[in-house]
Design a protein around this ligand. Structure first.
Ligand code: PNS
Length: 157
């Protein structure tokens, strides 16, 4: 059974993440979404909220599960008996950032190969940090995140 981990902060989950989740769920027998517990000083959503939202959003995907993790990604990957880490690439700058991380992760656990998926071009401008900033200044993020995220933000106001 080929298991992959799709790690991230997901604060908040974007439609770019959802596209990558859907596409990678079709490539592996099992996909574990790993939500990093500590995502900066002022998270928009708690870890529990992020896990809960991702669970709702992936309800229809039988081979996808959502878990939070703390510490090293490679340790989480080993716990899940996964052999692949999936990361999305939006730009050459992402690649520059991701390549040494993938190499360090491989060095730490040579059973953890990183696979990069090219982000769909229509989503390449979307980032969680951008979404957070736009939201905090009152901008419209409804084209960038799943509807569930928008409604959670509205209900928390
Ligand atoms: O969505 P993000 O914030 O780009 O995800 C980053 C993430 C969670 C993949 C990265 O920060 C991570 O793996 N953190 C866990 C700590 C770790 O293993 N660091 C060493 C990387 S070489």
């Amino acid at each position: 059974m080929k298991t992959a981990v799709f790690p991230g902060s997901f604060d908040p989950v974007t439609i770019g993440h959802m596209d990558l989740i859907l596409r990678s769920a079709g490539m592996f027998d099992r996909l574990v979404i790993g939500v990093l517990v500590n995502s900066g000083k002022t998270p928009l959503f708690s870890t529990e909220e992020r896990v809960e939202m991702l669970n709702s959003l992936t309800e229809g995907l039988s081979n996808v599960s959502v878990k939070s993790f703390e510490g090293l990604l490679v340790d989480f990957v080993a716990e899940e008996q996964a052999g692949v880490i999936v990361r999305g690439l939006r730009s050459p700058q992402d690649f520059e950032y991701e390549l040494p991380l993938a190499q360090a992760n491989y060095r730490l656990n040579c059973s953890a190969d990183t696979v990069f998926l090219a982000t769909s071009p229509e989503y390449s401008y979307i980032s969680s940090s951008g979404v957070k900033e736009i939201y905090r200044f009152g901008g419209d993020i409804s084209d960038m995140v799943p509807e569930l995220v928008v409604s959670r933000l509205q209900s928390s106001c």
